[in-house]
Design a protein around this ligand. Sequence first.
Ligand SMILES: Nc1nc2c(ncn2[C@@H]2O[C@H](COP(=O)(O)OP(=O)(O)OP(=O)(O)O)[C@@H](O)[C@H]2O)c(=O)[nH]1
Ligand SMILES: [Zn+2]
Length: 374
Amino acid sequence: MSRPGRGVSARDWDESDVRVRPNKKGSRPRTKDRPAHEDAVQGRVITVDRGRYTVHLPQDAHGPAREVSAMRARELRRQPVVTGDLVGLVGDLSGAEGTLSRIVRIEDRETVLRRSADDSDAVERVVVANVDTLVIMVAAANPEPRTGFIDRALVAAYDAGIEPVLCITKTDLKDPAELLAHYRELELEVLTSASDSPVDTGSPDQDPALDPDLLTALRDRLDGHISALVGPSGVGKSTLINALTGAERATGHVNAVTGRGRHTSSSALALPLPSEDGSVREDTWVVDTPGIRSFGLGLVDPDRVIEAFDDLSPALADCPKGCTHAEGAVGCALDPWVADGHAGPAGPRRLESLRRLLAGRSDAPVTAPPRDGR
Ligand SMILES: Nc1nc2c(ncn2[C@@H]2O[C@H](COP(=O)(O)OP(=O)(O)OP(=O)(O)O)[C@@H](O)[C@H]2O)c(=O)[nH]1
Ligand SMILES: [Zn+2]
């Protein structure tokens, strides 16, 4: 009996071969005896759809980089597999139409971006695994940026150990200075994007051309990283992803003929960010997260929430034990910290934002006061 050697392709060998392999030693338990699928080929899960996984395999002896369809091996059926997971595959790895391979291993995750549906929900939903960068997208205008969304995303990134980048789109519509002032005391990396030409409303099926210099700056920042993009509806996420990747993610314009346009899938999708010459780089991916409009923080410890506000968190050392840090909490050191100017001119509003998050209340716009009657 010989183990499949290097010359045998992984697709010729799978779990079922292992089962029928004669066992010379007789009756050792099969589970212990089963090899850990050493010959499994590693790929990256790029999307999930009802128990079927699309896995990207890099170029190898079996062919060029390709996407294969896969399901989980029976022994992994209780282990969730999410977009971004690195998995070991066996079976048919050709990627040919109608073929199905099997995920036999899930590698340890470097990072896990998770969220609860809302602040009172403690059910973990893993959005994506193994991203190192979270691109928090808001528009300078249309829709109005909300600090609540940004702050929630910052907390989620901080909690997950993922580097946040604020990306302000549509700066052709409005100067983002006011929004940026709010975050001046944070060491927050900011990138912008803008439409290069006035959006031609006469051709609703066309994405607006984005400013090439800003696009280059974004591409340079994302180069060599695996980045998840999150943003409220309408900020221009699809437009940007299309411009960066050359993909054709459906954008917000509704097709005049079919009346459809928006894709409705809610699973995250990883897209390779090709280099200038169009070649795919295995180390550079952008992950579209169409289902994520905001982050419920039900899973995040309140103290972790405050730690993400690093313009305010130094004050905590002086809070009384068990301080709720809520508005009016006796002795809360956040109030004098802000009053003394340690958090800069935006301090009072930052503290408001923090307390809103801690109280589990909803987002507020950066500028305009709440509309009357609502
Ligand atoms: N003025 C301006 N408009 C833009 C820009 N980027 C995108 N838009 C427009 O904003 C609208 C929304 O863009 P999308 O790319 O569909 O936004 P999205 O964030 O993907 O929205 P969802 O599909 O709802 O998630 C479209 O009408 C775009 O043409 C920009 O930089 N400037
Ligand atoms: Zn306090």
